[in-house]
Design a protein around this ligand. Structure first.
Ligand SMILES: O=C(O)C(=O)C[C@]1(C(=O)O)C=C[C@@H](O)C=C1
Length: 356
């Protein structure tokens, strides 16, 4: 085998690829002009999903589907940044899992701004300081992020996309296990490691932090403290990893939402999800009545949970995710019927049911 000849061939393919990539990005810029002239959004999650879907369906290998997606994520990220400089706010500080989710969804050509809290992310998008926001919404081990559900109902923003991220927690500290006096992290992350902490660090104080990354910042300054956060956060704040994979379930996944001001267009073929919240009259059978518009049309419900409405005591909002888009006739009909049944109905957004 002639190494030089192989490398020469790679160089020539790279040159071809580069020319084709620049051609592709120029076309995206033309699409960008078209959309901006008409006040349309530059970032279109449903179109991106269509692009990823076609490529992975036609992929002959040996590149695995995830690699094709990751490569194209970066190509489209660069295309977006040449169409219009987008600004994306996320629940910070730097190196939170939300930051990683934002990178996974938007790629590395988009500038990200860290915010201190979930409500701050919503405010930043509402005010127009950011075009989009990224917030966590639920974890497969620990459940819902309450502040996100509350903000979704209160704000006028809409969910435009979802992102799933595998979460692998590390115990991060300057001290070995036996010298650790307190463990700091976001409450939801501490909950994901509850059994491990009870087994390995019984009796050690558990302290809620503003974020996983903030807890590593704290551990950097306090040698007897430990943090629970990602490997990336440990590297950023230069604090040693004492133990990896300290979460109770290895298939620990968090779902994040991208919030924006303009709804995402229909993708179709059962590939969309719609989130909504409603309240009920206090009477027998009202929940069954509210779900019938969906079941009677064969609309699949993929999530339901309730939270106090904060309007009056013992009044609840039901948060429901269904398969389908609010612009599809059968979903529209179901929502119209539901409106006649529920005192409050709020559509939280329709978006591609992907992001894995
Ligand atoms: O098709 C568009 O609307 C584009 O702007 C092009 C493109 C792409 O590069 O494929 C870029 C950004 C959008 O989020 C979706 C797709």
């Amino acid at each position: 085998m002639d190494l030089d000849a192989l490398r020469k061939e790679i160089d020539s393919i790279d040159q071809e690829l580069l020319e084709r990539l620049n051609k592709r990005v120029q076309l995206a810029q033309k699409v960008g002009h078209y959309k901006l002239e008409r006040g349309m959004e530059v970032y279109v999650p449903s179109r991106e999903e269509e692009v990823f879907g076609k490529l992975t369906a036609n992929n002959q290998g040996p590149l695995p589907a995830e690699a094709v997606r990751a490569i194209y994520r970066e190509i489209i990220s660069a295309a977006i940044s040449l169409e219009k400089p987008l600004k994306v706010a996320y629940l910070g500080p730097e190196a939170t899992y939300t930051h990683q989710a934002a990178l996974k969804n938007f790629g590395s050509s988009i500038p990200f701004t860290p915010m201190n809290s979930v409500p701050d992310v919503f405010t930043s998008v509402c005010r127009g300081d950011a075009d989009y926001g990224v917030v966590p919404v639920e974890n497969s081990t620990q459940g819902t992020v309450i502040s996100t559900l509350d903000m979704l109902v209160e704000s006028e923003l809409t969910i435009v996309a979802q992102i799933y991220l595998k979460i692998s927690h590390c115990l991060i500290s300057q001290s070995p296990l036996e010298k650790i006096k307190s463990v700091h992290s976001k409450d939801n992350a501490l909950g994901q490691c509850r059994q491990w902490l009870a087994r390995m660090l019984p009796g050690v104080e558990l302290v809620d932090s503003a974020s996983t990354a903030a807890s590593v910042e704290y551990a950097a300054k306090n040698p007897e403290a430990a943090a629970i956060a990602s490997r990336i956060a440990a590297e950023l704040y230069k604090v040693p990893i004492v133990e990896e994979n300290v979460m109770d379930k290895t298939d620990n996944v968090t779902r994040f939402l991208v919030i924006g001001r303009t709804p995402t267009p229909l993708l179709g073929e059962g590939r969309d999800k719609t989130s909504l919240a409603f309240s009920l009259h206090d009477e027998a059978g009202s929940l069954l009545k509210a779900l019938t518009p969906f079941s009677s049309r064969g609309i699949n419900l993929c999530k339901i949970e309730s939270r106090p409405s904060r309007r009056k005591a013992w009044d609840y909002y039901f948060y429901v995710d269904i398969i389908g888009h609010q612009d599809e006739p059968h979903v529209k009909e179901a929502l119209e019927e539901l409106e006649g049944i529920c005192p409050v109905l709020k559509l939280l957004g329709s978006y591609p049911n992907s992001g894995l």
